[in-house]
Write a protein that binds this ligand. Structure first.
Ligand code: B3K
Ligand code: ZN
Length: 861
């Protein structure tokens, strides 16, 4: 629990810390309820803050046993201790450098917030980003205070790990030394009964690095893919960015209780076990892809985040946006570039656009916050990555490479800012990026509308595109000056040939025209190729033109996008005018489905209908009030129509995409399975669940098993399958998470709240485990029509659980509260129901700072 009046922190108040930390030495004597942490911290005055200053050290939930400065106990009258930390009066401090020594006691087992030092299944582990180190010992817990750390761990447990290289060890103790100065948020400690999958990697300059993945005994046979991903990541970062690993050992540990995906602690990454453990029988292809991507992401942080860190938490996207961008590039290289781009845009729209269009909208670099953990958002991560993609498009590949080299040269060892980041691009390319900075400082998704003009002429015709950009106001930001927007455009001849290859138009004004001359005939424009900027494109296009682009566009992203836009147009008409599905649209889907020249993964994406949440947003954008039931029915009708009209090609595809050889998690095999289960989801609407039942009984991989189970739930024929699945997998927490989630996501809307309630009462619902809580609650929130059922039953159930979770783990509760961020889209009755739940949450005594901030922001106050 935090205090009742949380304070807002402002970027404009930044001041360097008055002291430099020259070295930190920590000794941990581990005990579940009473761990002793002894610290020795060598401070020196920081020339960047001249004058005499109090010594303020962050510290929360610590029992201070002793504190000395330069060996002498500190008189009580010069020390003040509050809930946030400890202050020693300036006049009591030596003039020059001094040594702080303290001992505190902490309670890892009682730490249910999973921040600081805590226990997961008998394993001691830490999570310090953003501000968890202050729950371990008194320290200036801010990213711009960097120091080399030495760590001694005393415990009878067999495996004792910390950052850096192992320095010494004996019976019951180990010492680690991390020579690279780091902020406290990158500190890590793990101790437990763990086993390891070992390997090695030799860097291109010949450093032999010991690699280990540490897991609980019994999990060792599910680590190979994570290790393979790590080795490929290390190689890729050398090849693509010239970045080498810089310690003798790289350890990864998997724990079951973790608030997010993983953490890039220096030399000792700690992972949620769901992003490490995988076998064909237990992990879906999506799980494999995520493992590969997150292993890479955390590894890439070693340079973009660790060697160069952030000056303050407002700069979070400096490390997160760049590292997401790098992991996206990696996945594109490992798998299919176009498929990865489409997947990333789907995520961006589903999560970031939704955030940017609602009450939680904030810039990639926010300028104030109450609880920084609430800002690990899609905007900071995914939009942060999009912004870098735009920079790269504007300066070109060579310019980007030069700028990144300069960034690593100039800022290695620094705690840097977004200004530093843009300056390296300016210096490396000579470009003025003042206007570009708005992408970092302004919230909101720009709307880019396009008008076309065709003027025939004797020397060929002129085709003119006129773009207009506007960005709707967001909380606290009413005025939105124009931004620089790179718009990638290509023009096609009516016969489908490309007459103007992809060219990047740079839009800098509110309205701007671009002319293409000397054209033989009026072309068809393919605009925003590769999704060259994170904007909403408003381009009125006839269905025939969308179908043309779906068939002929040479840009794979826009080819998919044309089909997507077609499906959305159809669905919106079905919802608003009661229109029937479009025969042309279904026929176009049929042509894609059977086009064997196309990558199956791409075809699977083209078959995927827009989500109900996406449709709700589209309707709200158009000034309409989305009705979740109508949306659900329309989407169901369309899916059934596709299934009825394309039953033969769907069935042929379903059979043709069956695995023939041994399982491979690679992109090609995963793409075939994706197409197969996409076909199954349609066929399930007309075969009464027959294929799903047969597949469920015979599947040898989790992708097909889980897809079959989802289909059976939707067909209302899942009882036996659910219990068989549960019996088979009850010893595997990650698979049982899927069992919970599938039931919540695929429940019939009218039953969703009741299903969730029943599942919450199941003995396997260990709500203290974040993965399990997210599986059920996140699953319910993802069931759009179920979550928004007019009775308000799901809202109530959900809010009850947020409150329960908040008392234990505020980060998880706050994150899950974003399910309510779209409340203003819906009708007055639903709005009133959601508001009442949010008010009830907000008024609950003892609410965490995290959830207080979220409920307040969602309500708009
Ligand atoms: N940097 C961590 C996220 C920390 C979240 C703190 N609430 C993982 C990552 O982005 O790689
Ligand atoms: Zn990250």
């Amino acid at each position: 629990m935090k205090d009742a009046s949380p304070q807002t922190i402002h970027l404009s108040d930044y001041q360097p810390y008055p002291f430099a930390v020259e070295r930190v030495d920590l000794t941990f004597r581990l005990a579940p309820r009473a761990t002793r942490v002894a610290s020795r911290i060598a401070f020196a005055p920081n020339p960047a803050r001249p004058g005499r200053h109090d010594l303020f050290l962050h510290g929360e939930k610590l029992r201070l046993l002793s504190a000395r400065i330069d060996g002498a106990p500190i008189p009580a009258e010069v020390v003040t201790i509050t809930d946030e930390g400890l202050t020693v009066t300036a006049s009591a401090l030596p003039d020059g450098p001094f040594l702080w020594e303290a001992e505190v006691e902490i309670d890892p087992e009682g730490n249910t917030a999973l921040e600081g030092l805590y226990m997961s299944g008998g394993i001691y582990c830490t999570q310090c980003e953003a501000e968890g180190f202050r729950k371990i010992t008194y320290y200036p817990d801010r990213p711009d205070v960097m120091a080399p750390f030495g760590v001694r761990i005393e415990s009878d447990l067999p495996v004792l790990l910390s950052n850096g290289n192992k320095a010494a060890g004996g019976a019951g103790w180990v010492e680690w030394d991390d020579p690279w100065p780091k902020p406290a948020y990158l500190f890590a400690l793990v101790a437990g009964n763990l086993v390891n999958l070992p390997d090695t990697f030799t860097t291109r300059s010949g450093r032999k690095v010991e690699l280990n993945i540490w897991v609980r005994p019994g999990d060792l046979d599910r680590c190979a893919y994570a290790m393979d991903s790590l080795i490929r990541s290390m190689k890729w970062d050398e090849d693509a960015y010239g970045r080498e690993y810089d310690l003798d050992v790289f350890n990864i540990v998997a724990v079951d209780d973790f608030n997010m995906g993983a953490m890039e602690n220096k030399g000792l990454n700690i992972f949620n076990s769901k992003l490490v453990l995988a076998s064909p029988e237990t992990a879906t292809d999506l799980d494999f892809e995520r493992i590969e991507g997150v292993i890479a992401h955390e590894y890439f942080h070693n340079w973009t985040g660790n060697r160069i860190t952030c000056r303050d938490w407002f700069q979070l996207c400096l490390k997160e946006g760049l590292t997401v961008f790098r992991d996206q590039q990696f996945t594109s290289d490992m798998r299919s570039g176009p498929v990865k781009r489409i997947e990333d845009v789907l995520t961006l729209r589903a999560r970031q656009f939704r955030e940017d269009m609602g009450p939680l909208a904030h810039p990639p670099r926010p300028d104030h916050f109450v609880e920084i953990n609430n800002f690990y958002t899609a905007t900071v991560y995914e939009k942060g990555a999009e912004v870098i993609g735009m920079l790269k498009r504007l300066v070109g590949d060579d310019g980007y490479a030069r700028a990144l080299d300069l960034y690593f040269d100039r800022h290695d060892g620094d705690a840097a800012t977004i200004e530093d980041w843009l300056k390296v691009f300016e210096d490396a390319t000579g470009r003025d990026l003042a206007q570009f900075m708005r992408w970092y400082t302004d919230a909101g998704t720009p709307r880019l509308s396009v008008a076309e003009d065709w003027a025939p002429g004797d020397q060929g015709g002129t085709f003119t595109l006129t773009f207009t950009q506007t960005t709707p106001p967001t909380p606290g930001q009413d005025e939105k000056p124009p931004r620089v927007i790179p718009v990638a455009v290509g023009l096609l001849n009516p016969n489908g040939d490309e007459v103007v290859p992809t060219t990047v138009l740079e839009m800098t004004e509110a309205t701007q025209s671009f002319a293409f001359q000397g054209l033989a005939s009026r072309p068809v424009a393919s605009i925003l190729r590769g999704f060259s900027a994170p904007v909403v494109l408003e381009h009125e296009v006839a269905a025939t033109e969308r179908a043309f682009l779906l068939a002929h566009d040479t840009d794979p992203f826009n080819r998919w996008e044309a089909g997507r836009a077609l499906a959305k147009d159809v669905l919106v008409r079905m919802v608003t005018d009661g229109a029937d599905p479009s025969a042309d649209h279904v026929a176009a889907l049929g042509r894609l489905l059977t086009d064997d020249t196309l990558d199956p993964a791409f075809r699977a994406l083209c078959l995927r209908l827009p989500s109900e949440d996406d449709l709700a947003q589209t309707l709200a954008d158009a000034g309409l009030t989305p009705d979740p039931d109508h949306i659900h029915k329309a989407r169901e009708t369309l899916a059934r129509t596709v299934a009825e009209r394309l039953v033969r090609p769907l069935a042929l595809t379903y059979d043709a995409m069956a695995d023939t050889g041994p399982f491979s998690p690679d992109a090609a095999a995963a793409g075939r399975r994706a197409l197969r289960v996409a076909a199954l989801a349609f066929l399930n609407r007309v075969d009464g669940g027959g294929r799903a039942r047969a597949l469920f009984d015979t599947a040898t991989n989790m992708t097909e098993s889980a897809a079959a189970l989802a289909c059976l739930i939707e067909a209302g024929r899942a009882e036996a399958a659910l219990s068989a699945f549960h019996d088979r997998w009850q010893g595997n927490r990650l698979v049982i998470d899927k069992w919970f989630m599938l039931q919540a996501v695929h429940a019939a809307p009218a039953d969703a709240a009741a299903v969730a309630e029943r599942l919450a009462a199941h003995p396997g619902f260990d709500w203290k485990n974040p993965n399990r809580a997210r599986a059920l609650l996140g699953g319910l929130a993802a069931n759009h029509a179920g979550f928004h059922a007019a009775s308000g039953a799901a809202y109530r159930f959900y809010a009850d659980w947020l409150l329960r979770l908040d008392a234990l783990n505020p980060q998880i509760a706050a994150r899950l509260s974003t399910a309510f961020e779209t409340w203003a889209r819906y009708d007055a009755d639903r709005q009133a129901l959601i508001r009442a739940e949010l008010e009830r949450i907000r008024q609950t005594p003892g609410l965490s700072r995290d959830l207080t901030e979220m409920a307040g922001r969602i309500l708009g106050g």
